[in-house]
Design a protein around this ligand. Structure first.
Ligand SMILES: [Zn+2]
Length: 163
């Protein structure tokens, strides 16, 4: 992807539209929808609003997913750990606050019996790894298990090696 925005500028742009169908969020939603998972958006379960308003809520499974930008949420990766030279103290303080708030919200969700997964922007590059990660967290759907079984039973190719 050719773009001339610095990582911090790009994440800042994303943060401004957070909660409004960001590109990473749409990508994850499309993937899950294609796999047959159904979810609610933006932090509601019944009448209650969940801490941090998670991007995706799987109320029946009592699981939630956050999709976080690496820079903004201070991820432990190259983009996340990049320190802007301009306004360094401002960014450091702002991102530290965001990270602390994320941890607090996660604690509150877990205390209320929710399982929490954070999907990082940097994980979106590898679609198959992301998919495996999501399925592992959510648990396979029964229909998927049956489909996989019948695909393998009829496949001309050898089934993939077990992981
Ligand atoms: Zn990252």
């Amino acid at each position: 992807m050719a773009d001339r925005l610095t990582p911090e500028r790009r994440s800042w742009n994303m943060s401004r539209i957070r909660g409004k169908n960001t590109k990473p969020e749409l990508l994850v939603r499309r993937l899950l929808h294609a796999k047959g998972y159904r979810y609610r958006l933006h932090g509601t379960a019944g009448k209650s609003r969940l801490p941090g308003r998670p991007d995706l809520v799987f109320a029946g499974r009592r699981k939630v997913i956050f999709i976080n930008g690496c820079f903004w949420h201070f991820h432990d990766c190259r983009v996340g750990q990049h320190a802007p030279k301009v306004n360094a103290a401002f960014w450091e303080a702002k991102r530290t606050r965001t990270k602390d708030r994320d941890a607090d919200q996660r604690q509150r969700l877990m205390a209320a019996g929710w399982e929490v997964l954070t999907v990082w922007e940097c994980e979106l590059k590898d679609g198959s790894a992301l998919e495996a990660h999501l399925v592992e967290f959510l648990g396979a759907r029964q229909a998927d298990a049956l489909q996989t079984y019948s695909r393998q039973a009829h496949s001309r190719k050898a089934p993939p090696a077990g992981s």
